[in-house]
Write a protein that binds this ligand. Structure first.
Ligand SMILES: Nc1ncnc2c1ncn2[C@@H]1O[C@H](COP(=O)(O)OP(=O)(O)OP(=O)(O)O)[C@@H](O)[C@H]1O
Ligand SMILES: [Mg+2]
Length: 303
């Protein structure tokens, strides 16, 4: 492994065998006061927010992502689908600085992510969750979200050490905003629990809250509903829709075709690292190439 080697990722994976009652179900609440983005959000769908240009990622002899090009428009929910091993997570990793692309580029509002580290790309406005949950297991749910908010703070290290008035002010507003984000994703009742003690479903939601805390222009979700039962999946899709309704742009990897058809505005399909389709959900649903790519999964998932 040469330059594709992933950089170390700070958060640790935590076990998912929490014992607390599950997440609050039902429609996601409107974004509560205090959780609003501090960035002016423009929700004009149509304008390009992200340009993925000829993105290629090779692992030795394996081309995991092969010359993939697509745009993400501001305010849309774009689905990224494809069979196992198609290159979906690799695409996220190359976009968010976990892997350095072999060639090609990703532009966010015209700015290249090339050569930038993960935290710099986060600051640029791209946040993501992981297929395998990564949280600070010993920290509370609230603290995990505050960490996300800290990614944007301007207080200098000396300022933080001597607890300048500005630091105290930011700390207080961080806690308020983190609480509001926990409420938004439906787990505020677990704010003071260690994240490792949360149920699997709550941990998935906590990851989303932490990613939102960085105030992203693009939120990338890697199979956020993996392992959920159908009712939990529906609830999560409602949350994703309400995130979009708040003005965020969402890139969603999801295996469940029915789910993806119901929540996305447009879908990009990968197969063996190549883009094989990029269209509206009803067109994707009837695309023979896409159907063929999914042969081998239960027919219900394709219908
Ligand atoms: N770090 C790595 N080193 C070597 N090969 C890798 C690495 N990461 C991914 N791959 C390979 O790249 C290909 C694409 O993997 P990727 O994880 O992007 O697929 P995916 O579409 O996310 O699949 P899934 O639906 O199973 O999550 C696979 O063949 C995988 O084995
Ligand atoms: Mg994956």
């Amino acid at each position: 492994m040469t330059e594709e080697t992933p950089e170390p990722v700070e958060p640790v994976e935590v076990p998912v065998d929490g014992g607390e009652p599950d997440i609050v179900s039902g429609e996601a609440p409107p974004l509560v006061e205090g959780a609003e983005s501090e960035r002016p959000i423009e929700v004009e769908v149509g304008e390009k927010l992200v340009e993925v240009r000829n993105l290629t990622v090779k692992f030795g002899g394996l081309t995991a992502l092969d010359d993939v090009t697509f745009d993400i428009k501001r305010g849309e929910i774009l689905g990224l689908i494809g069979p196992n091993g198609a290159g979906k997570t690799t695409c996220f990793n190359a976009m968010t600085g976990v892997y350095r692309p072999t060639s090609g580029d990703v532009l966010l509002e015209g700015q290249s992510v090339k050569g930038r580290k993960q935290h710099q790309i986060t600051r640029l406005g791209m946040a993501r969750t992981f297929q395998n949950i990564r949280l600070f297991g010993e920290m509370t749910a609230l603290e995990n979200v505050v960490v996300g908010l800290d990614a944007r703070h301007r207080t200098s290290v000396p300022g933080a050490l001597i607890r300048s008035p500005r630091h105290v002010r930011e700390e207080r507003s961080s806690v308020d905003r983190a609480m509001a984000l926990l409420e938004f994703v439906g787990i505020s009742q677990h704010a003071q629990k260690r994240s490792r003690d949360l149920s699997y479903g709550s941990q998935r939601r906590l990851e989303i809250a932490r990613a939102l805390a960085t105030d992203p222009k693009l939120l990338c979700l890697d199979e956020p509903a993996a392992g959920f039962n159908p009712a939990e999946k529906e609830d999560l899709m409602a949350l994703i829709r309400s995130i979009r309704d708040e003005g965020y742009t969402v890139l969603l990897i999801e295996h469940d075709m029915k789910l993806v058809m119901g929540v996305t505005d447009r879908i990009v399909v990968l197969e063996f690292g190549k883009k094989i389709a990029d269209d509206l959900p009803p067109v994707i649903r009837n695309d023979p190439r896409v159907i063929a790519a999914y042969l081998g999964v239960p027919e219900d998932d394709v219908a």
